[in-house]
Ligand binder design. Structure first.
Ligand code: IVH
Length: 671
């Protein structure tokens, strides 16, 4: 049927409106119409095109998805789709640069294009005369599969390029992926509809591009970043990658905004460090950075090996997820009596460290995961965040796995367990519970508290078990002769321990307040209390109203502090400790000194004695700047275990590095 002018007009404005929403869809903050309204526009367009025979290959109606295929057609890549060589440390990256300079015969800095290595699926898009003709998977690099029907449903991929002339062929390559939020939305929708939950964005994207039915693909929020070109006919390319990206973007193709052009390998290292620290905040998942020689002539001169180009390399970041098995779930009693379920795992290397335990927080979390003992699980450790179980892999077929039952009695002292709020469990015994006692002692002796070297967890447990320690004050009553009852502790070690206990007697007031283990009083709060009140007597005598005047102290913490110092037992304990010679220098509250003014710190890895936000709060209160990525401007990197690439980059850049102990004594010297 020939279309009346009115219909042609409607079709054209529908196309414009849909393309407008397609563009909005990809800028995060832009308002969007609800998916249902968008779908309605598409369906109307599709109907009109069908009735009046107005369909074109570049019409957005293609986004709905054509009829399902019965099988995939193979596609031979005219130019092979290569993969990348990998490097995993700074030395290997420097070797890469050496090879390049040698081959190119240059001495000065090479310019590089640094890009996130998006974790998705590689695809090739072939545009003929500016119209999307064919999309294909990478396959084995030589032969892939035709996935045009699916790719046409991806909103950010233009069906027609802007401003491209006739008689041109342009093959664009890039990565199709699902954003983190898109993936979450997908799974939330799936849960609501009782469908199976997808394991991770990458696998979901890979599955989605290889659907025979494009209508199924259209339901997955796929996106793409273009990062390379293949076949180019009838048009002249620019001479650098930076310009090429600008050109691709001008054609309407999506390119990654987080890429950067830098000078020399040091620039690449700084980029990698910054990318790594931004990793959690990126809207898509990455598994590393890609470093490419920016000059396209130089790329040509460098050529390729059998499978990979010589002008690019992938700097791999540690995998953030890995699978393991829950061997057991134990209930641990903390210093203040909270009982926390902890999963014992088959040890697994994830996020740069080996993980064999992970907290499950509370019973609600166990319920949410549907976790049972024996389950295979996905463990995630992203950045320096504590590892967690994010997904149970085999929940359907685990009928013979054991359910996790919360204890009715404290696993350490058998006292009844009380509920604290809706989800927390607490041992009702208080400090007479040996587990609480042991945890308080461990906390008191720990590095960030009294720092009694040699008085570690195992020894404390022994000493409590043989009744040599009952309260923290008993630590200062320990004598070499008393220690002789412990068979594992020789005279030399005993001597050393007694010396360490002696040494710990000279401390600082913030450390001592922190060591007391008052609920919710971490290091930063202890420091804030001391800064405000100056001495322990004033803290102990302060009313809750006065306590609340201290920065960052709210009613709950004020209540905990006040309750602690109202307890006669605690006061006599403090007296006893002070009588045994524990002392600290006077703290000058008048001083507004900011000794770390102008200094920039980066914290990386796990700090055993304090959460990193505590360390950050302390540094900030001393005037320092705390940033997340290492660069030449960083003064000090504080590196705990698992510091990984930031540590190696800091070493490369010759930045001062403190381990945790050095950091703590550095702080002591300042306050
Ligand atoms: S360039 C010849 N750039 O990593 C160079 N690849 O093994 C081709 N990838 O198959 C790849 N982000 O799927 C390049 N910015 C990026 C990338 C990237 C992700 C993937 C791609 C490729 C694999 C390399």
């Amino acid at each position: 049927m020939t279309a009346p002018a009115k219909i042609k007009q409607e079709v054209s404005s529908l196309r414009e409106e849909i393309e407008y929403h397609n563009r909005l869809y990809h800028s995060l903050d832009a308002p969007r119409i609800p998916d249902a309204d968008y779908d309605a526009l598409l369906l109307r367009l599709q109907r009109l095109e069908e009735i009046y025979d107005l369909a074109t290959p570049d019409s957005p109606s293609n986004r709905v998805g054509s009829a399902p295929l019965t099988q995939f057609v193979q596609v031979d890549h005219e130019i092979a789709m290569l993969s990348l060589d990998k490097v995993s440390d700074t030395k290997e990256l420097r070797d890469f640069e050496k090879r390049i300079k040698k081959r190119l015969g240059v001495k000065k800095h090479v310019t590089y294009s640094c890009e996130p290595k998006v974790d998705g699926v590689a695809v090739s898009l072939l545009y003929q005369d500016g119209i999307l003709l064919r999309a294909a998977t990478r396959g084995d690099g030589k032969t892939g599969e035709d996935i045009t029907h699916n790719v046409k449903t991806i909103r950010c991929i233009p069906l027609k390029l802007k401003g491209l002339k006739h008689s041109t062929r342009l093959e664009v390559r890039g990565e199709i992926f699902i954003s983190k939020s898109g993936f979450e939305r997908l799974n939330e929708r799936g849960k609501r509809e009782g469908k199976k939950v997808f394991v991770n964005p990458r696998n979901t994207a890979a599955g989605a591009v290889r659907q025979l039915d494009p209508k199924a693909t259209a339901k997955i929020p796929l996106e793409m970043f273009c990062y390379n070109v293949g076949v180019v006919d009838g048009l002249k390319l620019p001479t650098s990658l930076a310009e090429l990206f600008a050109e691709l973007s001008a054609y309407g193709l999506p390119v990654n905004p987080d890429r950067k052009t830098v000078k020399g390998i040091d620039g690449c290292l700084t980029y990698c460090s910054s990318l790594l620290s931004k990793r959690n905040d990126l809207i898509y998942e990455i598994d590393g950075a890609v470093i490419k020689v920016d000059d396209l002539y130089a790329q040509q001169a460098l050529g390729q090996n059998s499978k990979s180009p010589r002008w690019a390399v992938a700097y791999k970041f540690p995998a953030e997820e890995s699978s393991s098995r829950v061997l057991e779930v134990e209930f641990q009693v903390g210093r203040t009596g909270t009982i926390t379920p902890v999963a014992r795992l088959d040890p697994v290397f994830v996020g740069g460290v080996t993980v064999s335990n992970t907290t499950l927080h509370n019973m609600d979390e166990i319920k949410r995961l549907g976790l049972r003992i024996g389950d295979s699980v996905i463990v995630r450790r992203a950045g320096d965040v504590i590892p967690k179980i994010v997904y149970v892999l085999n929940s359907e077929e685990n009928n013979n796995h054991n359910e996790i039952i919360p204890p009715s009695h404290c696993p350490a002292c058998d006292s009844p367990v009380e509920k604290d709020g809706d989800v927390l469990l607490r041992c009702s015994a208080g400090i007479t519970c040996p587990a609480q006692k042991k945890e308080s002692l461990k906390h008191f002796a720990s590095r960030a508290a009294m720092d009694i070297v040699g008085l570690g967890s195992k020894l404390i447990e022994k000493l409590v078990d043989v009744a040599l320690l009952d309260s923290v004050a008993d630590i200062y009553e320990l004598k070499i002769e008393k220690l002789a009852v412990l068979d594992r502790l020789g005279p030399k070690s005993s001597q050393k321990l007694i010396q360490a206990i002696e040494k710990s007697k000279t401390t600082t007031l913030p450390r001592f307040i922190f060591a007391l283990g008052i609920r919710e009083v971490g290091e930063a709060t202890a420091l804030a209390l001391v800064k405000y009140f100056g001495d322990i007597e004033s803290i102990a005598n302060a009313s809750t109203e006065e306590l609340e005047k201290v920065e960052d102290i709210g009613p709950i913490v004020a209540q905990h502090v006040s309750a602690f110092f109202s307890n006669k037992h605690n006061l006599s304990l403090i007296q006893k400790i002070r009588n045994s010679g524990v002392q600290w220098p006077h703290f000058d509250t008048k001083s507004t000194r900011k000794p770390l003014n102008g200094k920039t710190f980066v914290l990386s890895g796990t700090l055993e004695t304090m959460p990193r936000n505590e360390a950050k709060a302390i540094l900030l209160s001393l005037g320092a700047k705390v940033i997340s990525s290492v660069s030449k401007k960083t003064d000090i990197l504080v590196a705990g275990p698992g510091a990984g690439s930031k540590l190696s980059i800091a070493k490369e850049l010759g930045i001062n590095i403190y381990d945790e102990r050095e950091f703590l004594s550095f702080l002591d010297d300042l306050r």
